[in-house]
Design a protein around this ligand. Structure first.
Ligand SMILES: Nc1ncnc2c1ncn2[C@@H]1O[C@H](COP(=O)(O)OP(=O)(O)O)[C@@H](O)[C@H]1O
Ligand SMILES: [Mg+2]
Length: 329
């Protein structure tokens, strides 16, 4: 019996246009974890989450949620999970409370119990005061919080949230983080969220998987992953035999080229940066630009993919969907 919150085995999803959105992913998420799936737009985060929430059938491989097969036992999986989709689903013309009651009805909770649970959950996400206002009057952050409360009506064992802070300003994002952390403390629940903000995954999750082009390229706690870089990074723009000169230095771990610049891994960057510059200078190498970079998840991404991590806003069509569903439906 598989009893992990999530257990994925050699899972692939190929869309009809033959895009391999999820490519041979294996992954275990333990009960009670606060887990982030992080990666650039188009990496396959939503696709993977749709499989885990039974909305999409995988092309091959298996996935279990709470020990249940997401394909063969989809109905039972649905009863055990909550899902906050990337595209908002609350009805604009109804009040926050009405949306909650509707969601309760969808999950077979009715009468006094529905009202009680709705009030409780609206309180958890700080919306009790706004409960009787129509959602059309809510800010983007309030909507996201309502969606989270809606995802909780069936008291799920696992809560899936797809980009819960998408399209929000920094302030509202912080508020959402706070609610996610509180939720984690109060309820006995596994929380799995996606984000394209590396920093968010770093600050918020206990463990995370970096996904790129459908593959999990790194998996671990934020600290573990940053430690795996094994030192600081000095980014250099220079002409000459940079590699040959620096490889000879004992404190230099490796020298590689990323996007036309040199990426030098060193032990104790502050201490050794002057020595590096001296060596280059003495050998007639002209340095145009130099930056000392401390380990971050962005750098972990570079380490494992050989590409720069671009934390762009999501493509326009996604933002449009967000804005539209924020205004009316
Ligand atoms: N319904 C679909 N049909 C065809 N391709 C899709 C579909 N949905 C997503 N894709 C493609 O699959 C890849 C992964 O998309 P997605 O899972 O939405 O990534 P993310 O959520 O990380 O941005 C992308 O290349 C995207 O264009
Ligand atoms: Mg997505």
């Amino acid at each position: 019996m598989r009893e992990e919150a999530v257990d994925v085995d050699a899972l692939s999803v190929v869309y009809r246009n033959s895009v391999r959105a999820v490519d041979d992913v294996s992954l275990v998420i333990k009960r009670g974890e606060l887990f982030a799936l992080v990666g650039p737009n188009g990496a396959g985060k939503t696709t993977l989450m749709k499989v885990l929430t039974t909305l999409l059938k995988p092309t091959s491989g298996r996935a279990y949620v709470c020990g249940l097969d997401v394909v063969r036992e989809a109905g039972q999986v649905r009863r055990r999970i909550g899902y906050v989709p990337q595209n908002l689903s609350a009805d604009d013309e109804l009040t926050g409370m009405e949306n909650m009651l509707l969601q309760c009805r969808l999950y077979g909770v009715s009468g006094r119990e529905a009202v009680k649970r709705s009030r409780q959950l609206l309180e958890v996400v700080g919306l009790l005061d706004a409960a009787n206002r129509v959602v059309a009057s809510y800010s983007g952050g309030m909507r996201r919080r309502l969606e989270i409360a809606m995802g909780l009506v069936n008291t799920p064992e696992v809560l899936f949230m797809d980009e819960p802070t998408l399209g929000l300003d920094v302030q509202s994002r912080l508020v959402i983080w706070d609610y996610i952390k509180t939720l984690r403390k109060q309820e006995d629940i596994t929380i799995i969220f996606t984000t394209h903000y590396m920093e968010e995954a770093d600050k918020l999750s206990q463990r995370l998987g970096i996904i790129d082009r459908g593959r999990i390229v790194a998996l671990g706690s934020p600290e573990e992953l940053k430690r795996r870089i094994g030192g600081d990074i000095i980014a250099l723009e220079a002409e000459g035999d940079v590699e040959g000169l620096l490889r000879r230095l004992s404190f230099v771990d490796s020298v590689s080229l990323v996007n036309g610049g040199y990426r030098v891994k060193v032990v104790d960057g502050e201490e050794n940066l002057p020595k590096i510059l001296n060596t280059l200078n003495e050998n007639g190498v002209k340095v145009r630009k130099v930056t000392l970079i401390k380990p971050s998840l962005d750098q972990v991404f570079v380490e494992f993919t050989g590409r720069e991590y671009k934390e762009e806003e999501p493509p326009d069509y996604l933002m449009q969907t967000f804005i539209r569903s924020s205004r009316r439906r």
